[in-house]
Write a protein that binds this ligand. Structure first.
Ligand SMILES: Cc1ncc(C[n+]2csc(CCOP(=O)(O)OP(=O)(O)O)c2C)c(N)n1
Length: 393
């Protein structure tokens, strides 16, 4: 067993794992009551991998995860209120209510999301790490993904480049035994996942993802190595998800007995009992930690309920750049005046809103068409600012 850190740290780990568990149980309930739309992927059972790995990072390091990311936002310090409001699609959500469950994001805490595409976050992690090196910092990026994602082309491509360019990334494959309904041995020729980066020049390590102490100890070693040597490492965290892949999963690919067996190793009671055994907490404190987590989640639900939905006229905000000073493929070049007119008109009576809506798609179409031939040029719209900017890019 890895040695026990200071009591305050271990208490915080137990509290955060408990908060994530209680939060996700409630999120599942809210989904069943149709308060949450879209998909909902819970990481119940995987809390030790989340807390043990994230606590090996400094605040200045980056964390990037998948669509199973409520716990990652919470462990990074995003208030439960803003995570719940995001699930509810409300304006106070951490992504403004526009992303939902799969697109949590909190730049201020260096939590870089939340991605729906399996394996899509790996190249982004490499880009973040490249920027850390460009800026001459000692920052590290922790990139978390599933066992299924280790079969994606992005896995091989990113690990190869990360090793070649010596990028400071800890790749952590959360091996929860399944990619949707397909067991590891049925989707991957190599089931010893820590070895999957070896031929690409990325050494591997493994931790017991049901044990927060072991996860933390292994990740701390991996992070220290990556920070110092500026080379990537792959860590396999062996764990299990207790719930279905998402909320709609008949779970015909595994037996109830198998789930029950893994549940006996539930990382939260296991760690609580260890702390009680070591005299760090007593039974009363364990109950208090649980009651506090439930109260925080109650408050989060209340907050999310009270938060409004984003205003309809904000529909185009944060999708395309409506700014004459921004150039590039995704920027619909327009004057400030045009952009303001479009926003105001969208809020006004039906006919002028329609006019504004017609105007914007036309600009976007132009932007995309311009992007296709050469990629760098922007649509010009009808403004003078647009035409000069397009010429410069
Ligand atoms: C490129 C791509 N292909 C397929 C999907 C559909 N899909 C969503 S989750 C998933 C399984 C991924 O499993 P794994 O990487 O092990 O992560 P886990 O869900 O177990 O956390 C699949 C195939 C997707 N989102 N993106």
């Amino acid at each position: 067993m890895a040695s026990l850190p200071e009591p305050d740290r271990t208490r915080e780990w137990l509290s955060t794992m408990t908060l994530i568990r209680r939060f996700e149980e409630r999120a599942g309930e809210m989904y069943a009551r149709a308060k949450v739309g879209g998909f909902l992927h819970l990481s119940i059972g995987e809390e030790a991998t989340i807390v043990g790995s994230a606590r090996a990072l400094r605040d200045s390091d980056y964390l990037i995860s998948t669509y199973r990311s409520h716990g990652h936002a919470l462990v990074r310090g995003t208030p439960p209120e803003n995570v719940m409001a995001e699930l509810f699609g409300r304006v106070d959500g951490c992504s403004g209510g526009r992303g939902g469950s799969m697109h949590m994001f909190d730049l201020s805490r260096r939590f870089m999301g939340g991605y729906g595409i399996v394996g899509g976050n790996l190249p982004i992690a490499a880009g973040i790490a490249l920027s850390s090196d460009y800026r001459d910092t000692d920052e590290v990026t922790l990139c978390v993904f599933g066992d299924g994602a280790s079969n994606q082309g992005t896995f091989g491509e990113t690990l190869n480049l990360a090793a070649l360019w010596k990028l400071p990334v800890v790749f952590m494959v959360t091996n929860n035994q399944f990619g949707m309904g397909t067991a590891l041995r049925r989707h991957s020729a190599v089931t010893d996942l820590q070895r999957k980066g070896e031929s690409l020049g990325v050494p591997g390590m493994r931790c017991d993802g049901m044990d927060v102490l072991d996860t933390h100890a292994v990740l701390a070693e991996a992070v220290a190595r990556v920070r110092e040597e500026r080379c990537p490492v792959l860590v396999e965290a062996v764990t299990y998800r207790f719930r279905g892949h998402s909320m709609a999963d008949p779970e015909q690919y595994r037996t109830k007995e198998e789930v029950a067996l893994w549940r006996e190793r539930d990382p939260i009671p296991a760690f609580a009992e260890l702390l009680i055994g070591e005299g760090v907490i007593d039974e009363a404190e364990r109950e208090r930690i649980d009651a506090e987590a439930i109260a925080r989640v109650d408050a989060a639900v209340e907050f999310a309920e009270a938060s409004p939905f984003p205003a309809p006229e904000s529909l185009y905000d944060d999708v395309y750049v409506l700014d004459p000073n921004v150039r590039g493929r995704y920027s619909a070049q327009t004057s400030e005046e045009q952009a303001n007119r479009a926003r105001t008109a969208a809020a006004a009576p039906e006919d002028s809103a329609q006019a504004a809506n017609d105007e914007i798609p036309q600009q976007l179409t132009q932007a995309l068409a311009a992007g296709e031939d050469g990629g760098e040029t922007s649509a010009t719209g009808s403004s003078a600012a647009g035409s000069s900017a397009a010429g410069a890019s």
